[in-house]
Design a binder for this molecule. Structure first.
Ligand code: ITT
Length: 194
C-alpha cells in the first residue's frame, strides 16, 4: 500500500521510515506535489492531526496519515502542548523551545511530563485516529545529541537516559510516536488487500 506521510519534519519521516516494513511505500508531501505550508490552527493535538490529514485528502485525494505531537508538562498546566513547535516564538527553533522550557521550570520540583502523539489516517475519505503517550520527566540540563526537539531534556520512565541518548530504533520502541505508529501499522495490516 502507498501512503503519504503528511509532515515537513525530516526527523519524523526518518523515524517512521525506520519503523515501516517493506509492505508499505511511503510518499512525502513533495512526492505528491504538496509544497505549501499545511495549516495547523486547531486548539488541540487531535484537531491539528486531523487538519493536516484532511488538507492532503481534500486537495490531493491521496491516502495519507499525519501526526501531531506535543509535550505536556504538569507543572505548566499542560504547556507547551499543542504549541510545542512554536513555544520559544520561532517556528521549529528547537534550542529556543528547550531553553524556555528549562527557564519556566527553574526551581520547580514537579518535573512530570508526557509526549503525546495523535496520528490521523485517511483512506478513500474515511478517517481513523491512533494515540500514543510516553510518560517521563524533564531534566534540569540537556543530555545527548540524538533525536530532535525536546528529546535532550526528556527522560522516559524506566530509563536513565534521555530520548536524545537513544538510537532512533530504541526511541521508536517506547516513544509516543512509536506507540501510535504501532497501532496504525496493526490496523493497516488488517485491511483487505487493495
Ligand atoms: P509537522 O507538523 O510538519 O509534522 P512539526 O515539527 O510541526 O512537524 P508537531 O507539530 O507534531 O511537528 O510537533 C510539535 C513539536 O513538538 C515539534 O516541533 C518538536 O519540538 C516537539 N516534538 C514532537 N515530537 C517530538 C519528539 O519525538 N521528540 C522531541 N520533541 C518532539
Amino acid at each position: 500500500m502507498t501512503l503519504c506521510f503528511a509532515t515537513n519534519n525530516a526527523n519524523k519521516l526518518a523515524e517512521i521510515a525506520a519503523l515501516l516494513g517493506d509492505q508499505f511505500t511511503l510518499k512525502t508531501l513533495q512526492d505528491i506535489g504538496c509544497f505549501e505550508e499545511i495549516p495547523e490552527t486547531q486548539a488541540t493535538i487531535p484537531g491539528n492531526s486531523r487538519q493536516k490529514a484532511e488538507h492532503v485528502w481534500d486537495h490531493y485525494q491521496v491516502n495519507c496519515f499525519a501526526d501531531d505531537s506535543g509535550l505536556e508538562v504538569d507543572a505548566l498546566d499542560g504547556a507547551p502542548g499543542v504549541h510545542s513547535a512554536y513555544y520559544g516564538g520561532h517556528p521549529r527553533s528547537y534550542e529556543r523551545n528547550l531553553n524556555l522550557l528549562l527557564t519556566n521550570l527553574k526551581d520547580q520540583t514537579n518535573r512530570r511530563a508526557r509526549f503525546r502523539t495523535v496520528i490521523t489516517l485517511v483512506i478513500d475519505g474515511q478517517y481513523w485516529s491512533f494515540e500514543g503517550v510516553a510518560e517521563g520527566q524533564i531534566l534540569t540540563e540537556p543530555r545527548g545529541t540524538g533525536g530532535f526537539g525536546y528529546d535532550p531534556i526528556f527522560q522516559p520512565d524506566g530509563h536513565d537516559r534521555t530520548f536524545a541518548e537513544m538510537s532512533m530504533e530504541e526511541k521508536g520502541d517506547i516513544s509516543h510516536r512509536g506507540k501510535a505508529f504501532a497501532k496504525l501499522v496493526a490496523f493497516l495490516k488488517e485491511l483487505p488487500p487493495t
